[in-house]
Design a protein around this ligand. Structure first.
Ligand code: TRP
Length: 373
């Protein structure tokens, strides 16, 4: 089975162990004890890193650090996006300064040239859901690549950095890191490097500091580029970037969770009836074809999307999750029963989330009308 993974395309079944070796990542282990509070780390959904020790030390020594990540606004906010949001909010709870980039320029150059629509999606889908999930605006810089800051001094520093980095990369390096390369991809890679590095400029945090970039493993090429050139540019003293990598949450039908196919995901705006219908109809099952066979051989939770959704966060209790796993594997629990557990958990979550979204909408409306975003 072959798979392909680049920042703009993921196909095939991803072999994470192989990726660790190929990309030269480190498995994530020996984390500070606080990380036990986050199921994504406990369950090794965030599974690998580069230079994470610097972040562990900052946390243990109560030293300042930042967390930076970005999003390409595309369609509905679904559980794949929630997984990133959960990490951001967790880092904020640990005291990290949060930098969040809306990659509208990257999206313009790689998939959707409608800047107005990108902006609307970023605000109505992403920002609103982040806030509803618990992101605080304090200690958080949410910005658009196309509008870094109303403060000209800050904006100048960010766009200058993106351009100056170009001097320190070669065309061959771009080809080696990205494979097929276009001017748009080149520009996106450099701008993303500026996203990841600019917190350390005098105009932003005012000093070099550790920055962790949590991303899907497809984004590692951007990190390799940014890490390499950050150490060559001598006008700034950048502390080397840290990064963590999470697994991709499986789509409903197994395969990819993709904003462009509504039957591949549950959106955080889906209503209870729609959700139940989608899960019953589409959720890929790891069960056996007949009842008799299922009782005898049991189900396979590794490929069962309902089980995986519970594991990716909808069942936060490890003991309960383990019990479901055992019952399913032994054949005692049927695929349909597992789906009903997921539906129940999902609807509980969506009910609460919708309440929070009403509040978040108000906050976002205020930000918009005051011109803050
Ligand atoms: N390229 C990222 C994506 O496709 C978005 C992004 C832009 C980003 N800037 C970033 C991610 C900085 C991490 C850090 O989703």
């Amino acid at each position: 089975m072959t798979f392909k993974i680049t920042p703009w395309e993921v196909t095939g079944k991803v072999d994470y162990d192989k990726l660790i070796k190929e990309f030269g990542l480190q498995p994530l282990q020996n984390l500070p004890k606080q990380f036990n509070n986050c199921s994504l780390f406990r369950r090794k959904i965030v599974f690998a890193h580069r230079d994470f020790k610097r972040i562990s030390e900052a946390i243990e020594n109560k030293k300042p650090f930042a967390m930076m990540t970005g999003l390409m606004p595309s369609g509905k906010f679904h559980f794949g996006h929630k997984m990133v949001a959960d990490q951001i909010i967790f880092y904020q709870s640990l005291g990290a300064k949060i930098y969040l980039a809306v990659a509208d320029l990257e999206a313009y150059n790689s998939r959707n040239p409608d800047m107005k629509e990108l902006r609307k999606t970023a605000i109505k889908e992403y920002l609103t859901n982040y806030l509803a999930l618990g992101l605080k605006l304090k200690n958080c810089e949410f910005y658009f690549q196309s509008h870094r800051s109303k403060d000209g001094v800050k904006s100048n520093a960010y766009y200058s950095l993106a351009n100056m980095l170009a001097r320190h990369a070669t065309f061959n390096e771009f080809k080696a890191i990205y494979g097929e390369i276009t001017p748009g991809k080149m520009s996106s890679g450099l701008l993303q490097a500026a996203d990841m590095l600019h917190a350390q400029l005098p105009e932003f945090e005012g000093k070099s500091l550790p920055v962790v970039v949590p991303v899907g493993v497809d984004q590692d090429p951007h990190l390799r580029l940014a890490r390499d050139i950050s150490q060559r540019i001598k006008v700034f003293k950048f502390i080397q970037l840290s990064s963590t990598y999470h697994r991709f949450i499986p789509g409903l039908k197994s395969g990819k969770m993709s904003s462009s196919d509504p039957t591949s995901y549950i959106a955080l705006t889906d209503n209870p009836e729609e959700t139940a219908k989608k899960i019953r109809k589409y959720a890929f099952s790891g069960g056996q074809p007949t009842l008799e066979e299922h009782r005898k051989k049991g189900g396979n939770p590794e490929i069962d999307v309902s089980f995986q959704m519970l594991k990716y966060g909808l069942e936060p209790d490890d003991k309960k999750l383990e019990q479901i796993k055992e019952e399913y594997e032994s054949g005692k629990m049927l695929s349909g029963e597992l789906k009903e557990i997921l539906i129940e958990k999902m609807n509980q979550f969506l009910k609460e989330h919708n309440k929070q979204k009403i509040k978040a909408n108000k906050v976002v409306e205020k930000l918009e009308s005051s011109g803050e975003i």
